[in-house]
Design a protein around this ligand. Structure first.
Ligand code: SF4
Ligand code: SF4
Length: 358
């Protein structure tokens, strides 16, 4: 083919972010000298060239409709410099280079019912996995849990009144996203899957499903003369991993799919070693639309952390200092047999350190 006939390749990856950046950020990329926190929700970055840019961080209701997006972006056009960025926790950030624009921008944001905050030692926006929108395995509505909880933690988002930053995460299935928050609210299946034998042969690739089970609890079987599967319920750890490749192995259940609360996860090794999160409450009712039981436990943990931790201790540092017996004592959470990991296969097959293995 002659060169003239060749078409440009279709670039389907992530577009270059530089084209959308505020010009002051583009100009000063890699040259920031320091930053300050003038007030909750506002950052001031100063560059080595002397340029200054203010960032105003705003909480949203997580899943955004078109009208809300238009409202948020028209605030950017009218009161900021017309540039925004969404953070991984679904905050929207506005940028201005003129300090005089900061307060009118905050007033316009709050007039429309949005909240400014989420910086420094606050409870950051809860991160969640939007399984219902894009994924084939969700067992609960994680975004609903997040909205209900953030409604109750709004003051902790807007103010700097925690000992250190608190990251809360949620997860809508039991096997993938949502780990390693200071507090994590994760789905917990408590019953093995129920199999619709009539559908398995048409829908599931049986070897894939058998291979998927981490404890080898699934076997091929013939049921009512049709190829199907069976589960050894004594071995099954109710993880839900078989449900995505084989939807007839239904594990979601309004009564037996519960929530579990974990604490003390930390990815970063900036000040202390990374740490795994630990289970502190199991079998919490998965109770929409406001999830009061799970929210009550999270608020109880945050209250004790706020009162008992030293300045700049993260939740895992606080628990390391006071010890687990004291943690359960002050939070009033019952310590039950479900807190003890007695699965003997864990030693061989689960990660026992935060190192990545290949
Ligand atoms: S937590 Fe599970 S269901 Fe939810 S988005 Fe992640 S992988 Fe999908
Ligand atoms: S729920 Fe998990 S452990 Fe149980 S059969 Fe399915 S994949 Fe195996």
């Amino acid at each position: 083919m002659a060169m003239a006939d060749m078409r440009e390749p279709i670039e389907s990856g992530c577009p270059d972010g530089f084209q959308y950046m505020h010009p002051a950020m583009r100009k000063n990329f890699g040259m920031w000298s320091y930053h300050e926190d003038p007030q909750p929700g506002v950052l001031k970055h100063v560059s080595k060239t002397g340029d200054t840019i203010y960032t105003v961080k705003v909480g949203t209701q997580r899943i955004l409709d078109l009208f809300t997006l238009r409202k948020l972006t028209s605030i950017a056009d009218e009161f900021a410099d017309g540039y925004v960025r969404f953070t991984i926790r679904s905050n929207i950030e506005y940028y201005v280079t003129d300090e005089a624009k900061v307060q009118p921008l905050i007033a316009a944001i709050e007039k429309e019912g949005f909240i400014v905050g989420g910086t420094r030692n606050s409870v950051a926006m809860i991160s969640h996995t939007q399984g219902w929108l894009h994924c084939d395995i969700p067992g609960t509505d994680a975004s609903g849990v997040v909205k209900s909880m953030m409604d109750e933690l709004i003051d902790e988002f807007k103010q700097w009144n925690m000992p250190n930053r608190v990251h809360i995460t949620t997860s809508c299935c039991q096997i993938n996203c949502g780990g390693q928050g200071d507090i994590a609210i994760n789905i917990q299946h408590t019953k093995p899957p129920k199999i619709s034998h009539d559908l398995v042969a048409n829908v599931c690739e049986r070897p894939t499903v058998v291979a998927r089970c981490p404890v080898a609890a699934i076997r091929p079987a013939v049921v009512n003369g049709k190829p199907s599967l069976e589960v050894d319920e004594k071995k099954c750890i109710c993880c839900g991993a078989c449900f995505p490749p084989c939807p007839p192995m239904q594990i979601n259940d309004p009564e037996h799919s519960k929530l579990a609360i974990w604490v003390g996860g930390n990815h970063s090794n900036a000040r202390s070693k990374p740490s795994f999160q630990k289970l502190v409450a199991a079998g919490v009712p998965n109770n929409p639309p406001r999830w009061p039981e799970a929210t009550g436990i999270v608020k109880r943990i945050l209250k004790e952390y706020k009162e008992g931790a030293k300045d700049w201790e993260r939740i895992n540092d606080w628990i390391d200092r006071i010890g687990w017996p004291r943690f359960f004592e002050v939070t009033g959470l019952p310590f039950t047999k479900y807190h003890i990991d007695n699965w003997r296969g864990a030693r061989n097959s689960l990660n026992a350190s935060t190192h990545i293995r290949f």
